[in-house]
Design a protein. Structure first.
Lengths: 102, 135
């Protein structure tokens, strides 16, 4: 079993995502929510950060937060999976513990 | 008593995650009501305030993005967006709302007062303002 890491800050404003990716173990799950969802969009200056770990870690983005921010759902980085609130709960349940990168 | 100043509202935060964007909008509406020259500048994560198609039904928060589209009716004449901030976030002018403006007396109108500008122009506009409100 492994951990679920959560990131809720914009990768352009804080280094939460960067630290999470640097300090999380291979095989762990990472969920982007609230302002963290901005990291999931293609074509940004931080796209490569996410794209380079897809495959090594499982990356999720919370759909309702992504939608609220008017981001295009056809422009999510390949390999990043969209989950709803029930999916969030499933991830919490499926992992040993939750580590929040606030 | 008829002193009119150039007010610039500098917006650097994303909507919904914090209250800054919403608070800025409140103060913009107040300033416009006092008949000042009001301009808005969107830099860094502030450019996210203007994305079109925001749908907050899933997060239980008020979607305040339609309010930006009414700013032309409050005599806000300029909304500037920093090009570098937009590009770093994988966005272009096509991803942003459009805001119409019309002078009810002269019937002069502008289809879209949202303008993408380069860094030098941003610096110039901030420098030219009498007051800068930061959010």
């Amino acid at each position: 079993m492994s951990d679920l890491h959560t990131v809720n800050k914009s990768p352009f404003e804080k280094n939460s995502l960067e630290s999470c990716l640097r300090l999380s173990k291979s095989g762990s799950a990472i969920l982007l929510y609230e302002d963290g969802v901005y990291g999931a969009l293609k074509g940004t200056a931080v796209e490569n950060m996410i794209a380079s770990v897809v495959g090594d870690r499982k990356i999720y983005v919370l759909g309702p937060d992504y939608k609220a921010r008017g981001l295009d759902e056809t422009r999510i980085i390949d390999g990043v999976e969209v989950v709803d609130y029930a999916g969030f709960v499933d991830l919490v349940e499926a992992n040993d513990k939750v580590q929040a990168w606030v | 008593m008829s002193d009119t100043k150039n007010f610039m509202f500098l917006n650097r935060r994303a909507p919904y995650g914090t209250i800054y964007a919403w608070e800025s909008l409140e103060v913009v509406l107040i300033a416009a009501a006092f008949e000042q020259n009001v301009s808005l500048m969107f830099v860094d994560d502030g450019v996210y305030e203007l994305t079109k198609g925001q749908d907050t039904t899933g997060i239980g928060m008020k979607n305040f993005s339609p309010t930006y589209r009414t700013l032309g009716d409050y005599e806000v004449r300029h909304m500037y967006v920093d090009k570098a901030s937009l590009e770093a976030r994988g966005l272009s002018a096509d991803d942003l709302v459009q805001v119409e403006w019309e002078d009810w007396e002269t019937e002069e109108s502008v289809d879209n007062i949202v303008e993408v500008v380069d860094s030098d122009r941003v610096a110039e506009l901030l420098d030219e303002s009498d007051v800068v409100f930061s959010f």
